[in-house]
Design a protein around this ligand. Structure first.
Ligand SMILES: [Zn+2]
Length: 551
């Protein structure tokens, strides 16, 4: 049902909140008003409370609770009249998962390499889906292991690393030289996952990342706990890489000395433009036995068709529905409900779908709603969708990701990640100002690379412009810093713990503000003549061009 325009504008008047009127502006009706008005807090709350209930057992991938959540989302899509957009005419897209628990040995040295001590010196895991992987190759130091044309940087220039083990620093040169890259703001080139991807593109046989607490932004104990147990990933065809791992900085320095090199001097050299990779007089011998466990989970995908020639293109609104399931009890509670993370975002995604369905408004581009699977295991659901998208990637105009919505109350501002990366920044700005909100950025989140840690990122990596909502900072009727205190308290006392459950003080007003901005942005993106574009300085621009050229 489409409402006549005069009806819209008179209704819009009654819904315009505070500031536009206070500033004496005449509110103008836009198609977004129609959908924004249909965003219903009761719907949001009902979905959140169901998904975060103990009955859902924490929604872990491959468990009964995870499956219940997926079926619930599909049932909602069906009720709202969304078309199935998963595998073979269903709402479900299969996500194959493999978990390898490695038992590695590693020796590095000259003619007769000496064994290193697992945990103190290194962690190592197989990059092949095989129960035994053997590696015996020469080592080469590749600095930061970065190829970034937009920064005029190529650590692999002139180096042949095929069949070798590359030894790489993490982070990017901006960490020590603020005039390069984005200074203290971590680019994707700085992430350890990027180093592994680039090494695979170059045909390396293995990669070892040198750990320092500053460059990795976490201590060695995190490395030990994170890479000793099962390595969970999407099951897909192998690359050239046999193995990947971390080397403790002290062990690396020792080995470099052994090879007649000085790690400190090479690290220094690697922060300067024009650095060239340095072959090391070292052999790397590794053997990795892995116990393997396979499982599957599903993304849930529904499509609200657009109209006209742009209907084959789509704007994606997604949120991950998985969490950690049942685990080690904390204060007698063993169910990791993930109410905020991310029953809230899943509920918000469903609420947005319902707002479009109820309003009857259809942008020209289709809208695709996704409940992402296995985000907590490392963005596996979104990676699966990016790897085998339900429609050509060039038709996927943008992703708006909902991972943890604001349950603390109304704000004066709207915040999201990656707005500086693409023209989505302007779109979000327009949508926020229609709600009387100003846009703010969280510098701290930028610096620690928060943009690389949720599902929008798996799509950004294949060139789809994306953003992910964050809480605003400026809460109505609260002193400055109150929002940051709430966030810090969440991270310290509830994040990834059984205590992330439905709490009596949850307020849905702030989440509704966020969601009204998101549906407005979806309308703008859905009706815009052109798809949004990456900014020239973005590290995703090249991937964006590959996407549009059909790869
Ligand atoms: Zn999350």
């Amino acid at each position: 049902m489409r409402l006549p325009d005069f009806f819209l504008s008179s209704l819009a008047m009654t819904f315009i909140t505070g500031s536009a009127l206070a500033q004496g502006k005449t509110p103008q009706s836009t198609p977004g008003d129609q959908v924004a008005r249909a965003v219903d807090p009761k719907v949001l709350r009902a979905h959140l409370e169901f998904l975060a209930d103990d009955a859902l057992e924490g929604r872990a991938p491959g468990t009964r609770g995870g499956e219940l959540a997926a079926k619930y989302i599909a049932a909602q899509f069906k009720r709202l009249g969304l078309e199935p957009a998963g595998d073979s005419g269903t709402y479900f897209q299969r996500v194959p998962i493999i978990a390898l628990t490695p038992e590695p040995s590693l020796a590095i040295g000259g003619a007769s390499p000496a064994p290193l001590d697992r945990k103190t010196d290194f962690v190592l895991w197989a990059m092949r889906n095989d129960s035994l992987v053997n590696l015996d190759a020469a080592a080469i130091f590749v600095g930061h292991g970065i190829v970034a044309p937009e920064y005029g940087w190529d650590d692999y220039a002139g180096a042949d690393v095929k069949g070798r083990v590359v030894i790489s620093l993490v982070n990017d040169p901006g960490l020590s030289d603020s005039t390069t890259f984005r200074g203290k703001i971590l680019t994707y080139y700085g992430r350890w996952t990027y180093k592994i991807e680039e090494a695979a593109r170059r045909g390396a046989a293995g990669i070892l990342l040198i750990h320092t607490p500053e460059s990795a932004t976490y201590p060695w104990t995190t490395v030990q706990s994170g890479w000793i147990g099962p390595q969970v990933r999407l099951e897909r065809p192998p690359t050239s890489l046999l193995a990947a791992g971390w080397l403790h900085h002290d062990a690396a320095a020792r080995l470099f000395r052994h090879s007649g090199q000085d790690l400190a001097a090479l690290t220094e050299a690697a922060t300067r433009r024009g650095f060239r990779a340095v072959p090391l007089d070292l052999r790397v011998r590794a053997s990795i036995h892995s116990s393997i466990r396979r499982s599957t989970t599903e993304n849930v995908i529904g499509r609200l068709p657009g109209h006209g020639p742009q209907a084959r293109e789509a704007v994606l609104i997604g949120g991950h529905y998985d969490h950690f399931g049942i685990g080690a009890p904390v204060n007698g509670d063993s169910i990791y409900n993930g109410a905020e993370d991310n029953a809230s975002g899943t509920a918000a995604m469903l609420t947005a779908a319902e707002a479009f369905a109820r309003s009857g408004l259809r942008p020209r581009r289709s809208l695709v709603f996704v409940g992402f699977a296995a985000e907590e295991a490392g963005l596996l659901g979104s990676e699966a969708l990016a790897g085998s998208p339900p429609f050509p990637l060039r038709d996927l105009a943008a992703i708006l990701n909902l991972d943890v919505v604001n349950l603390y109350g109304r704000t004066h501002d709207f915040s999201a990640l990656g707005l500086e990366q693409s023209s989505l920044g302007q779109t979000i700005g327009r949508a926020a100002s229609a709600e009387g909100l100003r846009v703010s950025t969280n510098q701290e989140a930028l610096a620690r690379g928060a943009y690389f840690r949720s599902d929008h990122f798996a799509l950004a990596r294949v060139g789809v412009p994306g953003t992910s909502i964050e809480n605003g900072n400026d809460f109505v009727g609260r002193p400055a810093g109150w929002g940051k205190e709430r966030k810090d308290e969440y991270v310290a006392t509830r994040y990834h713990q059984p205590s992330d459950e439905v709490l009596p003080w949850f307020s849905y007003d702030g989440a509704i503000q966020q969601l009204r901005v998101i549906v407005r942005a979806a309308v703008l993106l859905g009706n815009a003549p052109d798809q949004p574009t990456w900014n020239d300085a973005s590290e995703f621009k090249a991937a964006g061009n590959r996407r549009l050229n059909g790869r």
